[in-house]
Design a protein around this ligand. Structure first.
Ligand SMILES: O=C(O)C(=O)C[C@]1(C(=O)O)C=C[C@@H](O)C=C1
Length: 375
């Protein structure tokens, strides 16, 4: 029988050679980086990589090794690219992500827009964040709020980003890519929904419940127990307004207690959301590319070639630079069937070298990378 210790000794000897050769190869890649620094040639040269892999595979003695060699060299070349991005960052190339670092968001006399009407949760969120020294106005769509921020009509928009029960607010995700506005802060608001209707309505007379799709989802257990139809509205407060105008006791709405009071409705049931920890994360959006000094989250979006391993390759930049990923979401790419845009959030600051390396790697290797904010 073979001696395990002896064989392991042989493995150790081969591994040492692999390390020496790997380091020798990386030193050569530094020379390539220097060449690229002066010529402005991009780090990634996929054509060269594919040609190399084909040649290396043809040297393998069987199919299994050919496949392993392909994986191994994909990794080696990925390490080589990461080293090159790091060297370029150290030379000051690619490291201006362009955020103005500020100590505090300007809050005095600012104009704040929210979606919905009086009594909307977004209004409540906006007022709790900006307080009495801001002026507030509402628009009917998230897109209009984004436009007003872009055009300077408003300094900030306060938009819902994600709910702990119903998930992400997909329209807001899409608009963050469509508009060149930036997330500058985020905060959580505890949400407690009420079922409200005009006087004379009871649980027995109701047939339809009006609300925003997210609020309907968050209260679906309660609504489905009674078998009521769900009717989508642009906003919970708009639903309350419709119910108060229609004066029809077959209809009720899901909205805040505040909205019920504002539109003269009676509260028939409180806290109808199935989760007692129902919370919505709101974001503050600005057209200025600013980041608070203590901001420690970065959100980016990118698309990728539809190839095996491409998401892994993008995320490897985050892992390699020791960054903690806190969110990953995907949305369909408009006009492209079964292709997705990814949204990735990770901890870090826009001027941190690891963040700059990761962003320059993803920017070079993904399609349409956008930095959505450092908040
Ligand atoms: O040959 C280059 O241009 C390199 O940068 C070296 C290398 C490699 O490691 O072999 C790395 C990245 C490129 O995408 C292609 C090849």
């Amino acid at each position: 029988m073979l001696d395990l210790k002896e064989t392991r000794g042989e493995i150790d000897r081969v591994d040492k050679q692999i390390i020496e050769l790997f380091e020798e190869r990386m030193e050569l890649c530094k020379e390539v980086a220097e060449y690229k620094l002066y010529t402005g040639k991009p780090v990634l040269d996929r054509k060269r990589e594919l040609e190399k892999i084909a040649v290396l595979k043809s040297m393998a003695s069987d199919e299994f090794y050919a496949h392993s060699i392909e994986e191994l060299f994909e990794q080696i070349m990925s390490m080589s690219r990461k080293l090159q991005y790091k060297l370029l960052t150290e030379e000051g190339i690619n490291n201006d992500i362009g955020f103005d670092i500020i100590s505090k968001l300007p809050m005095e006399n600012v104009k704040v827009v929210y979606q919905g009407i009086d009594g909307a949760y977004s209004q409540q969120a906006a007022m709790s964040y900006f307080g009495d020294n801001a002026t507030y106005h509402n628009v009917l769509t998230f897109k209009q709020a984004m436009k007003e921020v872009r055009d300077g009509v408003a300094d900030y928009a306060v938009l819902p980003f994600e709910n702990s029960t119903a998930g992400i607010v997909t329209d807001v995700y899409d608009l963050l890519v469509e508009f060149e506005n930036y997330i500058v802060d985020s905060f959580d608001v505890k949400i407690s929904h009420c079922l409200s209707a005009v006087k004379g309505t009871t649980l027995e007379t109701i047939k339809e419940v009006y609300s925003h799709p997210q609020a309907l989802m968050q209260s679906s257990k309660f609504i489905d127990e009674y078998g009521w139809n769900k009717v989508n509205c642009a906003n919970t407060a708009i639903a309350a307004q419709i119910i108060s105008q229609e004066k029809d006791n077959t209809r009720a709405c899901i909205a805040s207690k505040n909205a019920a009071k504002l539109y003269g409705l009676e509260v028939l049931a409180e806290d109808v959301n199935q989760s007692s920890i129902n919370t919505t994360k709101f974001i503050i959006v600005s057209r200025r590319k600013i980041a608070r000094r203590e901001a420690n989250n970065i959100c980016i979006s990118f698309e990728m070639p539809h190839e095996s391993g491409s998401l892994y390759t993008m995320l490897s930049h985050i892992i390699y630079n020791d960054l903690n990923m806190t969110r990953i979401e995907s949305r369909p790419v408009p006009g492209k069937k079964w292709e997705y845009r990814f949204y990735v959030e990770f901890e870090g600051k826009s001027d941190q070298p690891g963040v700059v390396n990761a962003l320059s790697g993803i920017n070079a290797e993904a399609l349409n990378m956008q930095i959505l904010g450092n908040y």
